[in-house]
Structures are given as C-alpha cells and as structure tokens.
Design a protein around this ligand. Structure first.
Ligand code: EPU
Length: 346
C-alpha cells in the first residue's frame, strides 16, 4: 500500500484538487489493511474511491481519504463449448487496455466500448456505455470489499441494480463497496453491433463494407468516431458527457414534439423515451459558448470543457446556467452524469 499526504488527484477536467490522504492498494490484502487502518479503526475521515479521474469534477480539495485501486491483471478464466469466454480483470486495469487485450485474442463483445477513458472498477460502478453497448450487457459478476466490515462480496450482475449510467455502487450503496475485480462474459463468436446511428456510415467512409467488418476495424472506427467528436483531455480538460440524456414519458415527449417537430428521441423501454441532452443544449444556443474559463464543447454539446484555468466552481456555474436554460425552454431537467465532489461555494 502506498500512502501520500496532501496529494494532487489526477482528473481529466484538469482541475487542481488535493486529497488530504491518497492511498493506493495493489491487491485485496492491501485493501483489507487500508480498511483496518482508515475505516475499521473508526476514524471519522470521509472516503472517496476514484478510478482514473475521468468522470469527476472537484469543487474543492478533498479533506478525507482518496482510495485508488492498482489491482491489475487480466485472466481468461473459462471457455465454454458454445464459444462463451469468461474474462476476469482487476479494478485498476485501464478499460481500453482490456478492450484491446480481448480484441487481440479473438474474444468479442467489447468492440463498441472502445476508447472510453477510465478503469475497469469505475466501468462497473458507472455502467459505462457507448454505441449501443453497455458494461452491464457483458458483466457477469463484480467482486468488492465491503468498507463497512471489511468482508468480501461477489455481486451477480442481477444484484448490481444496473440502469442507464446507474448501479447500486453509485446509488443506494455509494461509497460502501470498493470494487476489486470484474468478470465479463464475452464470446469467441464475432457478432458486430452496428445499429447505433453513424457506425455503418463511418465504416463505409473508411472503405469498409459493414457486413464484412473485422473486430479490429470496428474498434478502430469507434475510436475514430469518438476522436472526431470528443475533446482530448490532454489539450482541453473534460470528463466526457457532463449530463445524462434525460428520460421522459412518451406523453411528455409528444407534447414537446408538437412544438419542436425535429426533436430527436430514442426508445428507453417502459413507455419512456430518451431525448439527447446535446440537442436540447444546442437549441438553447450553448454549443461552443463559454462562461468564464468553462465552455460547452463546440463539436458535442453534451461535453463541458475547461478552456484553461477553470475551477470546479466555474464548471458548476456553467452547468447550472445550461440546466436553467433547458428547464426554461423545454421544461426538462438535466442531471449531471459526472460525479461532483466537494463543497459548493454559494
Ligand atoms: N446532438 C446534438 N448536438 C450535438 C451532439 C449531438 O443535437 O452537439 C444530438 C444528435 O441528434 C445526435 C444525438 O444527440 O444524433 C446523440 O449524439 P451522440 O451519438 O453523439 O451521443 P450522445 O447522446 O451525445 C451518448 C453517451 C456518450 C457515448 C455516445 C455514443 C451519455 C450521457 N452519453 O452521448 O458517452 O459516447 O452516446 O454512444 O449517454 C460519456 O458517457 O462520457 C460519453 C461520451
């Protein structure tokens, strides 16, 4: 276990924030020791578990203990006669390295989730998703340490409470479990998922016949679609989509559609529809607009960026201004997808 005091916490928004303590553990035994030292001992410090910091907005320094998993390793645990493959990865594995590992070994099912920043543990907490695929579709079990009593628990996927960017780990049990390993059920059979808008077009534009696409070509195409739309945090701080796409009842959408006939929507099941938040934000005139050092990205209105020197409070101010305009114009509430940490300065 490695412990640092007053340590800068990496985050892709590029916002300076320090943790009073930052503790990194390399395996489950170390995590148990961390638990004994900081949690089980009854110390009153607040705990924040982070991955790569790609979905975090710090409003202030963090006064408690920040935990980070350095549990690595990817193993193929089992292969069934029907082609199903079980892959187990440590929470600290970089998600895209897992995708690359699988694509390189003829193990399929993760191609559409290529290029997503972050680590395996956070992917399971956040139920990451893109291009018609979600982590919950491939996760079979999530192993975690209960930070209340230090015990180990294995969650079946059905116990994880998965929904759109939602799980019990960020919902009712927020902060309680530290994910250690994740098992995925993947396949030797390549059954490409090309249904999400723009994927087939992007393949054709790259000279690839969609019906004949290889796993590597699909992965590369998804990465290039992402690169074309999403800002690179190395040059412009951001945390990907800042807001979730709002889900409303069909009746609400019908009323809106009567006024705004070009408003897009996607079926969200249970008689509800998902409206692209980017469309709502763009229609309010925010695309490419800045408020101080924070701005709405000019190629994807769902992304807020740090134009350089922004504080968490600047980004929050922009977030609130965008929410207020969308609420006023469409009567729709936008909720942040990014995890906001720290104290709000009013
Ligand atoms: N749109 C606009 N203006 C824009 C961008 C998009 O009007 O500036 C509209 C268009 O109608 C477009 C629709 O929004 O067809 C959907 O856009 P896109 O396919 O780019 O996806 P998204 O809804 O904006 C979601 C995820 C992304 C994921 C993409 C692709 C959320 C919150 N975001 O974005 O995830 O990469 O789909 O599947 O669900 C992330 O979570 O950080 C993330 C980037």
């Amino acid at each position: 276990m490695t412990e640092y005091i007053d340590y800068p916490v990496t985050n892709t928004f590029g916002i300076p924030a320090k943790a009073a303590r930052f503790v990194e553990y390399a395996d489950v035994d170390e995590l148990r020791r961390v638990w004994e030292n900081f949690v089980g001992s009854g110390r009153p410090e607040e705990i924040l578990h982070v991955g790569a910091g790609s979905n975090l907005l710090f409003l202030s320094d963090f006064e408690g203990v920040v935990l980070h998993s350095a549990i690595r390793g990817i193993d193929v645990c089992a292969e069934a006669a029907d082609g199903k493959v079980c892959v187990r990865a440590g929470a600290g594995v970089v998600w895209d390295e897992l995708v690359d590992y699988c694509v390189g070994r003829g193990i399929h099912g993760l191609e559409n989730l290529s290029g997503i920043p972050g680590e395996v543990g956070a992917a399971a907490v956040q139920n990451i998703g893109a291009y018609g695929a979600e982590a919950k579709d491939v996760i079979s079990t999530v192993e975690a340490v209960d930070l209340h009593d230090g015990s180990m628990r294995v969650f079946e996927v059905t116990e994880c409470g998965y929904g759109y960017r939602q799980s019990v780990f960020k919902g009712k049990w927020r902060g309680r479990y530290a994910v250690t390993q994740v098992c995925l059920t993947l396949s030797r059979r390549f059954d490409p998922n090309l249904e999400y808008g723009g994927v087939r077009e992007a393949l054709r534009a790259g000279g690839i016949v969609p019906e004949a696409v290889t796993p590597r070509q699909l992965r590369d195409t998804i990465v290039s679609i992402r690169q074309a739309k999403l800002p690179d945090p190395m040059f412009e701080g951001n945390a990907g989509s800042f807001f979730k796409n709002p889900i409303v009842d069909r009746a609400v959408y019908a009323r809106l559609h009567a006024i705004f006939p070009d408003m897009p929507c996607y079926d969200a099941g249970d008689g509800r529809v998902k409206i692209p938040a980017a469309w709502l934000i763009e229609r309010c005139g925010w695309k490419g607009r800045a408020l101080g050092h924070a701005a709405v990205h000019d190629r994807q209105a769902l992304v807020l960026v740090n134009r350089g020197g922004a504080t968490g409070q600047d980004v929050l101010r922009l977030c609130r201004a965008v929410q207020a305009d969308v609420r006023e114009r469409f009567g729709v509430e936008l909720f942040p997808e990014v995890n906001i940490v720290g104290k709000v300065k009013e």
